[in-house]
Design a protein around this ligand. Sequence first.
Ligand SMILES: NC(=O)c1ccc[n+]([C@@H]2O[C@H](COP(=O)([O-])OP(=O)(O)OC[C@H]3O[C@@H](n4cnc5c(N)ncnc54)[C@H](O)[C@@H]3O)[C@@H](O)[C@H]2O)c1
Length: 263
Amino acid sequence: MSLENKVAIITGAARGIGFAVAKRFVLDGAKVVIADVDDAAGEQAEEDLKALGEATYIHCNVAERLDVRNLVAETINAYGEIDILVNNAGVVAGADFLELEEEDFDRVLSINLKGAFLCSQAVARHFVERIEEGGTPGCIINMSSINAVVGIPNQIPYCVSKGGLRQLTNTTALALAPHGIRVNAIGPGSIMTEMLASVNSDPAARNKILSRTPLQRVGEPSEIASVAAFLASDEASYVTGQTIYADGGRLPLNYTVPVPDAD
Ligand SMILES: NC(=O)c1ccc[n+]([C@@H]2O[C@H](COP(=O)([O-])OP(=O)(O)OC[C@H]3O[C@@H](n4cnc5c(N)ncnc54)[C@H](O)[C@@H]3O)[C@@H](O)[C@H]2O)c1
């Protein structure tokens, strides 16, 4: 699947799933902009990816409209245009419902959901201008989660944000379809990143996750990146408004499955 010479913005790409998507896109020939708030990790990611191809780090808090405006302007300045947006930046805030702080609810929703809206709108405006000048439509990919449809009782803002992202995907896909712009989402299950670091060190956490994972293992960031590469490519030219759940079989599962012994 070629992304030769495509320009992609990936938010939250300084590490984890976002970095894996950025790396895959660079290997597939894209020029990649890493948008993140962690400058040290972002600059390191830029250096790592420059060894493979074309990449630039731009500081951007996706929850801030002016940061997003600057991200789009700087990307166009550097690469002339934008073809792909991956709304991947995401945070969690664990708390029992009765103790949940309003600021934590607002923070998670503003990054995970409003941030995706702000980036999508800013980039879609560029896409439409380009189409009106005779250019080709771009596409948007939202990093959702299985928590868009199932829940964790002490991760309420996170689950609400991902549920909202599901409808943001559906509605923006409909709104942008007349322009030929495709909008899809990926719903990862449990993927081995810092968000899930406890699984390596805590057998109880490992058992909990694997008992709900029919493929009997945690996923790798590269396995999410390959879904993103498909959705971003022309191979997915008739796919819009969809969420692909890459979750090792969790969503269809009722009850639990046996857990294999640890290595
Ligand atoms: N890891 C999993 O198991 C899993 C499962 C389902 C969905 N996801 C989703 O995948 C995405 C990436 O998750 P991850 O596990 O790689 O997380 P991660 O914590 O490893 O990386 C998240 C990145 O987002 C950046 N970020 C945080 N706030 C930001 C902001 N305001 N603006 C810009 N960047 C910001 C962080 O600095 C970091 O680089 C998230 O949207 C997450 O909800 C992850």
